[in-house]
Design a protein around this ligand. Structure first.
Ligand SMILES: Nc1ncnc2c1ncn2[C@@H]1O[C@H](COP(=O)(O)OP(=O)(O)OP(=O)(O)O)[C@@H](O)[C@H]1O
Length: 476
């Protein structure tokens, strides 16, 4: 125990030293320039990020609103501030990982290239020119499809953000149903002002934009465009059935088992894509029922990439602080030590499976009891009848239910190395056998920190103590 703690400390110190080096190499070159810019920006500091268009910086034609207003602040400066914010934010976000500089540069360059070729909304005369202009995403020529919406267009689509059109609200955003002039129904996600600095908000926005734009899978949300004029907006494909949380917990109708199992398989496919098949490995970090949307065909779509992180192949994990996410879905190594890798999402997926099986929330709203704690003994005893949602009235396929329970049980294992990867989860849901012993990513070196976590005498009961301790901290 003592030895493993020493190992962690040694590794943490080593990582901190490396990060300091990375930060310095990135910062020093531009320090003087940045100081000058900062001075100028402070003179014009605004509460809201108002950006007219990227034309001047990136040579993209403008889609101005009827007022053409940019709040009197030069669009060049605003764009520079946003890109700069992304840079600073990226350094901060990924600063615990040595390869940061390279990966950050790649994402920033590709984001800038993508932004430079965005098709302006409603700008039909420009259409031909943009149709001929292919962008390279990971070396593959791709037809640009995002649209840059002006505030006027978004206000028109949502009837001036009419309260009746609000379809959802999370911790960071309000989401409105809207209709574009061509009749397409969309979801407009408006990032709310919160206690964050304006440049942090812009950095978070660009980070989320960079990740959503990278993703292309039927089980992940699809972005139509964005808005950076008088606020920060994502324009997303509208999911007509809303979130899994509203269907499972907020409706008097019982969500039938067939649909629940389809959602489970859909989310598993989406996560497998993010972890294994996407050009870059992405960890979502906030898998939960309110972030799973259901489209026209009741197909699940993973949404809300606000906390998502890139994880380069050669890195075993990130160590992050502060711990963000949703209580009830957090893996023990994450909430205890800030360790983030694929298994963080696998744990959250296990909790989501438990919600689908039982119809109970990850944390009971009255007793505040954790679903994981409630379910563990029943999973061990394989008590299907006691676990299954009573509202289903035993109308479920017993084989699927058995596979779902077995999969959930493995996903919520307190030791991350004993949890399956998402490609194995898909096999488990089909009832196939999977070997979980020493389950680790063969490309990434296993880190001392994770080894130490697993070496720790981490029994199920001290896991339960930890989760309870965490619960108390949250509720204090
Ligand atoms: N494309 C969409 N179609 C339909 N409804 C949506 C869509 N996107 C979001 N919503 C609704 O809005 C809610 C809030 O959205 P979202 O989770 O993206 O906001 P957030 O502030 O980032 O949330 P969080 O608190 O998890 O950070 C969702 O739970 C869902 O009900």
């Amino acid at each position: 125990m003592e030895r493993s703690e020493k190992k962690w400390k040694r590794e943490e110190t080593r990582e901190k030293k490396k990060n300091r080096k990375v930060d310095l190499t990135l910062m020093v070159g531009n320090r003087k320039e940045k100081e000058k810019e900062k001075k100028k920006e402070n003179e014009n500091e605004e509460e809201e990020v108002r950006v007219a268009s990227p034309r001047d910086v990136f040579g993209v034609p403008t889609d101005t609103d009827s007022t053409g207003s940019s709040g009197g602040v030069s669009p060049q400066r605003q764009w520079r501030a946003m890109i700069e914010a992304l840079r600073i934010k990226s350094v901060r976000r990924f600063s615990t990982i040595p390869l940061l500089a390279a990966s950050y540069e790649i994402s920033r360059r590709s984001l800038r290239n993508k932004l430079a070729r965005i098709r302006p909304a409603n700008d039909e005369e420009e259409e031909d020119e943009f149709q001929n202009c292919a962008i390279l995403i990971d070396g593959i020529p791709t037809k640009p499809s995002w649209r840059n919406f002006s505030y006027a267009h978004l206000a028109a689509a949502t009837e001036n953000f009419k309260p009746e059109n609000m379809i959802g609200k999370g911790g960071h955003a309000e989401v409105y149903k809207g209709r574009l002039p061509d009749g397409q129904v969309v979801a407009v996600k408006r990032i709310m002002r919160n206690d964050k600095e304006v440049e942090d908000r812009a950095g978070d926005f660009l980070s989320e934009l960079g990740i959503i734009a990278h993703i292309n899978h039927p089980n992940a949300t699809h972005m139509i465009g964005f808005g950076i004029d008088r606020g920060l907006f994502f324009v997303l494909e509208f999911a007509p059935h809303g979130s899994l949380a509203s269907l499972l917990f907020g409706s008097s109708e019982c969500l039938e088992w067939k649909k629940r199992f389809k959602v489970a398989v859909g989310v598993a496919k989406g996560l497998k894509y993010l972890h294994h098949d996407c050009p870059r490995r992405i960890i979502h970090r906030d898998i939960k029922a309110s972030n799973i949307l259901l489209n026209n065909n009741d197909e699940a779509e993973i949404s809300d990439f606000g906390l998502a992180k890139w994880l380069p192949d050669k890195w075993a994990h990130h160590v992050v602080y502060p711990i963000e996410g949703t209580f009830g879905y957090l893996a023990p190594e994450y909430f205890m030590h800030g360790i983030v890798d694929e298994k963080t999402d696998v744990f959250a997926f296990g909790v989501l499976l438990l919600e689908l099986i039982t119809g109970r929330r990850a944390v009971d709203s009255h007793s505040r009891e954790s679903l994981v704690i409630w379910a563990k003994p029943l999973l061990d005893a394989k008590s299907i009848k006691e676990m299954a949602d009573p509202r289903l009235q035993e109308k479920y396929d017993p084989t699927e239910m058995k596979h779902a329970m077995a999969t959930a049980s493995m996903c919520i294992h307190h030791m991350s190395s004993k949890r399956p990867y998402m490609n194995q989860v898909l096999q488990l849901l089909k009832g196939e056998e999977v070997s979980i012993e020493l389950n680790q990513n063969s490309n990434a070196p296993r880190s001392l920190l994770l080894d130490a976590c697993d070496l720790e005498d981490y029994t199920c009961s001290n896991y339960l103590n930890n989760i309870n301790r965490h619960k108390q901290l949250i509720m204090e």
